[in-house]
Write a protein that binds this ligand. Structure first.
Ligand code: IPE
Ligand code: IPE
Ligand code: MG
Length: 237
């Protein structure tokens, strides 16, 4: 193995916007679905690398509330790939101590897939090596809307509303804010990912397409993160 720079400040919570499957396929003259397949296959590699680098919490953006706008055929392919990935990878993830949690809305997600997700969550609930959050049918704004609804339904008074009260009813409740957001395929936007939780996240963008984003690329992102100075609005001495 080649000499590797030391990792000494690993982010607690890493989020990845897994983008560029379509362009990866296009570059090879393949249909977009082939890119999604390659992207799904890449999950294992990156999850294993996250375990190796001792990242405690990883949140992967797999399908946004806006992705429903895509052609029916592509949406169906993405749903099938998600189901297949759960079916094929669950045993190994569980054996490796990965705890799975879905973040996002249930509405619109095929029943069978939801059942698979719930099963994965229950099976892995006591695992502690890596907390893996799958943002599927997730939108930051939609999550804030459902959070506000939940609070109102509980009869919260205006004086009781504070940042903690809101954070406790978001789908990321109980997780620390995201420290590092990685986006593959070069875009410089959040696309509605963790908009509340990323208030002070460090952002890292790489031109590498998601299916090509491997262990070395994750390491580069983590090394870039550890060189950042986080001030949270204050002054560092
Ligand atoms: C990311 O790849 C996968 C999802 C958004 C589900 P894209 O499908 O967005 O790939 P590009 O951006 O078209 O290359
Ligand atoms: C963001 O990628 C969503 C996911 C990676 C799941 P998109 O490809 O949907 O984002 P836009 O359309 O470029 O903003
Ligand atoms: Mg895209």
């Amino acid at each position: 193995m080649s000499e590797q720079p030391a990792l000494y400040r690993v982010p607690q919570h890493v989020g990845i916007i897994m983008d560029g499957n379509g362009r990866w396929a296009q570059q090879r003259g393949l249909p977009r679905s082939a890119g999604h397949r390659a992207g799904t296959e890449n999950l294992r590699r990156v999850i294993e690398a996250a375990v190796e680098f001792a990242v405690p919490i990883l949140t992967l953006y797999a399908f946004s509330t806006e992705n429903w706008k895509r052609p029916r055929q592509e949406v169906d392919a993405l749903m099938s790939l998600m189901s297949a990935a759960l079916r094929d990878e669950l045993g190994k993830l569980h054996a490796n101590g990965v705890r799975i949690r879905h973040i996002g809305a249930e509405q619109g997600v095929p029943r069978l897939l939801l059942t698979g997700i719930r099963h994965a969550e229950t099976l892995t609930q006591h695992n502690q090596r890596l907390q893996l959050n799958v943002a599927f049918n997730y939108g930051g704004r939609a999550d804030i809307v459902q959070a506000v609804r939940t609070l109102v339904e509980r009869g919260i008074s205006p004086a009781q509303i504070d940042e903690q009260a809101i954070a406790e009813v978001l789908s990321t409740a109980g997780l620390p804010d995201v420290d590092l957001i990685i986006r593959t395929a070069g875009e410089m936007r959040l696309s509605n990912f963790l908009i509340w939780e990323a208030a002070y996240a460090e952002y890292y963008s790489t031109v590498v397409y998601w299916p090509d984003f491997d262990r070395e690329e994750l390491l580069k992102a983590l090394l870039a993160y550890q060189a950042r100075e986080r001030r949270y609005g204050g002054l560092n001495q």
